[in-house]
Design a protein around this ligand. Structure first.
Ligand code: SF4
Length: 444
């Protein structure tokens, strides 16, 4: 039977969730996944069009598959790039046979079958249909799983194309979130990671403010045996005292927060159309650290934003020095088509933006190392993700998958299990731990 698919996922962890959902739907419909593109009947690439580099990567991957297509093989481009650059994509990669927009992943089966002539129907084009209520049949892969609680974004950040690509925020109903959590835990998942463009905005589209604490408590009531619940992508001004209290009160909630600040100077923030209340951010970080002294804080900044003066950039470095974030992502600004920021005057020359990037990275490298060194001597739970050639890699609560570092340990420990390790050595990104035997047994 001609029902084999090859599925390549590019871009951010949020895209990974859609990829896994497509995977689940195809397998349920009797399709079989293959590892080699040449053995597939349909080649699917879940593309990312968020930043230039991701766009290039997506085009390159599609081109390579298109050039090596066997007769009868079909190529399907799914995700952000097809949603936003549909026509351009057809032009740049003429070998693409079908496209599926970001909100259409739930149609992947009918689309793939139509391409093979197994179902009647015309070519599929991106549309704006939303199906956040479609149950996500996610395959648990490894011990951690992303659970998307909302899609789209209604925030007005001037530099960001996400609201244009994905539309306004649509929250998933609570009952669906709880059902997914139940299924994931039944599949053996040890860590659920809640994601959305802005998790703290959850349910605002349904007329509720500050709904996250209640979502967290409902999840923990539904799956009390879940070891770790992690919250990603929080908007600083939406992190409320109730949320902080809830995070501190439940041992299963990882003391970790990803709090993208984007900048630290009120004028830059104003031009970004974000809250200029830097004092409020200081207070928030203080409150978080008071409630959870062991909290690991990650943030992200954009350097080289239009009009960014040396003085504004220095304010950013100063805040980094003052706040000593555990992990910081730095991005050089790149204008995104259709966004308000793309039309702002006074672009920062490339060399200056790159110089600022290097200075910010250099500063943070030292801070991250010191923050990691403070972990030496602590005994932490580590979730094992892989083991090979006498070494295991895992993560502690301070590290989110795919973004942060690892805990490296000698010995091959069972993948998917929580083990206790004493941190012996710290590097900039990773830690080294000694597994405390007596708690668990090594694999034979
Ligand atoms: S930066 Fe984040 S919060 Fe702002 S518009 Fe983009 S996705 Fe939404």
């Amino acid at each position: 039977m001609r029902k084999r698919f090859y599925l390549l996922s590019l871009g951010c962890p949020k895209n990974t969730v859609d990829t896994e959902a497509m995977n689940g739907l195809l397998e349920e419909a009797g399709w079989r996944q293959v590892e080699q593109p040449d053995r597939a009947d349909v080649l699917i690439v879940n593309t990312c069009g968020f930043i230039d580099a991701a766009r290039e990567e997506s085009y390159a991957a599609l081109n390579e598959l298109a050039q090596n297509k066997r007769p009868g093989q079909r190529l399907l481009a799914a995700g952000c790039l097809s949603q936003r650059y549909g026509e351009e994509l057809r032009h740049v990669v003429p070998g693409v046979d079908g496209m599926l927009g970001t909100r259409e992943w739930a149609n992947v089966v009918s689309c793939a079958e139509r391409l093979l002539g197994l179902q009647p129907g015309a070519d599929v084009r991106p549309s704006d249909e939303v199906s956040v209520v479609t149950p996500m049949r996610r395959q648990a892969q490894g011990p951690s799983a992303y659970l998307k609680i909302a899609d789209g974004c209604s925030a007005p950040c001037a530099f960001c194309a996400i609201p244009l690509i994905k539309g306004p925020q649509r929250s998933k109903p609570r009952a669906a979130i709880l059902e997914e959590a139940r299924q994931l835990v039944a599949q053996g998942v040890q860590e659920i990671i809640l994601i959305a463009q802005d998790t703290t905005a959850y349910a605002r589209d349904l007329g509720e403010k500050d709904a996250m604490p209640d979502v967290i408590e409902s999840i923990l009531k539904t799956v009390p045996q879940l070891p770790w619940l992690r919250l990603m992508y929080t908007y600083p001004q939406h992190v409320t005292p109730w949320l902080i209290e809830t995070m501190a009160a439940h041992p299963q909630v990882c003391h970790y927060l990803d709090l993208p600040l984007q900048h630290a100077h009120p004028d830059t923030l104003r031009r970004m159309n974000r809250s200029p209340d830097v004092e409020g951010v200081r207070q928030l970080i203080d409150n978080l650290r008071q409630a959870m002294p062991d909290i690991a804080l990650r943030t992200a900044f954009i350097v080289g934003y239009p009009g960014e003066t040396e003085e504004e950039f220095t304010a950013l470095l100063d805040l980094m020095t003052e706040m000593r974030f555990d992990k910081v992502g730095i991005f050089t600004y790149s204008p995104e088509e259709g966004t308000a920021a793309a039309n702002l005057p006074h672009p920062v020359p490339r060399e200056i933006a790159e110089d600022r990037y290097a200075r910010a990275m250099e500063l943070q490298r030292g801070i991250s190392l010191v923050r990691n060194q403070l972990q030496v001597g602590r005994t932490l739970d580590v979730l094992v993700e892989g083991a090979e050639q006498g070494i295991s890699v895992g993560r502690c609560y301070r590290d989110a998958p795919e973004i942060d570092g690892y805990v490296l340990m000698s010995g091959e420990w069972p993948v998917g299990q929580m083990i206790r390790a004493r941190i012996e050595h710290a590097m900039e990104y990773d830690l080294e731990g000694l597994v405390l035997v007596g708690h668990h047994h090594a694999k034979d």
